[in-house]
Ligand binder design. Structure first.
Ligand code: ATP
Ligand code: MG
Length: 261
């Protein structure tokens, strides 16, 4: 089947079965802004939340984390987490189409949090108003996710290196599709940016554009840097001061996300 036929079949499936899950996509063109870290930990917080876990069934978790990159980053991370510590189910599509609509129409599911790859194959010649995602297997997978997305989380960092790409993602990819979005400041360094000068600058950049954002940033902590390697989630961090702060940051994102859904 061609991507177009697959998409038509998927749309048909969703129309017939009805959606049970809301889809949240974590998206930002720039690599390394924290998409995977946010996707995994927000899924963990949502999976632990009382509201959603009441819907828990014997079959599976109401929360699914999904990764669409061909490398399967999300799977590698989640596979390292102790099974009893994983408060969500996960799936990697490796950019195969048709999997997401299946999850969304599964009556067990309430939330799907999708980790996306930085979209490297942007069409540099795409005119304003045209889809800039280019032509590739990953681009098709991204288009499918965007077709069903109820909300997008867009990570941005106090370091200016991610700002243009955050704006590009919002203006060229999300707004034309009418997808609501929430900007998430990640990697605020409370040690190096004590006076919050850099943090204030990024907040101003976001607020000048009237983009909705999570009120406070996710702070930069070393504990996050080893999380992938160690297979840890914020919901499992030990109860030290830093770990509590780290968890609180992601809980805040999950809560703001819920308010927008
Ligand atoms: N709040 C944070 N504090 C400390 N380190 C962080 C934080 N957020 C992300 N990192 C680290 O920054 C790196 C990039 O994060 P991550 O892999 O989540 O980004 P990404 O947007 O998914 O990247 P890619 O586009 O390559 O998929 C990782 O090493 C991660 O551990
Ligand atoms: Mg990633």
């Amino acid at each position: 089947m061609t991507p177009t036929m697959l998409r038509a079949a998927a749309t048909d499936m969703v129309a017939r079965n009805g959606r049970t899950a809301k889809v949240v996509v974590v998206i930002q063109q720039k690599g390394g802004a924290g998409k995977s870290t946010i996707a995994v930990n927000v899924a963990a917080c949502a999976g632990r939340s009382a509201v959603l876990s009441n819907a828990d069934t014997a079959e599976g978790s109401p929360v699914v984390a999904a990764g669409i990159d061909v490398q399967g980053t999300l799977e590698k991370w989640c596979a390292r987490v102790r099974e009893e510590a994983l408060p969500f189910d996960y799936v990697v599509t490796r950019s195969k189409l048709g999997i997401l609509p299946q999850i969304m129409t599964d009556p067990e599911r309430r939330r799907v949090v999708v980790d996306t790859p930085g979209f490297m194959d942007i069409d540099p010649d795409a005119k304003w108003g045209e889809d800039p995602l280019g032509n590739s297997r990953t681009a098709d997978a991204l288009r499918e996710v965007l077709e069903y997305a109820d909300l997008a989380l867009v990570p941005i960092t106090p370091s200016k290196i991610t700002w243009d790409e955050a704006e590009f993602t919002i203006e060229r990819v999300l707004k034309p599709r009418g997808i609501p979005f929430l900007v998430v400041i990640n990697m605020h360094d409370p040690g190096k940016d004590k006076s919050e000068k850099q943090l204030d600058k990024v907040k101003a950049f976001i607020d000048e554009r009237d983009y909705p954002r999570v009120a406070d940033p996710i702070r930069r902590y070393t504990i996050h840097e080893h999380a992938y390697e160690n297979g840890t989630l914020v919901t499992e961090y030990k109860m030290s001061g830093t770990a509590l702060n780290a968890r609180e940051d992601f809980m805040r994102v999950a809560l703001t996300m819920e308010q927008m859904l």
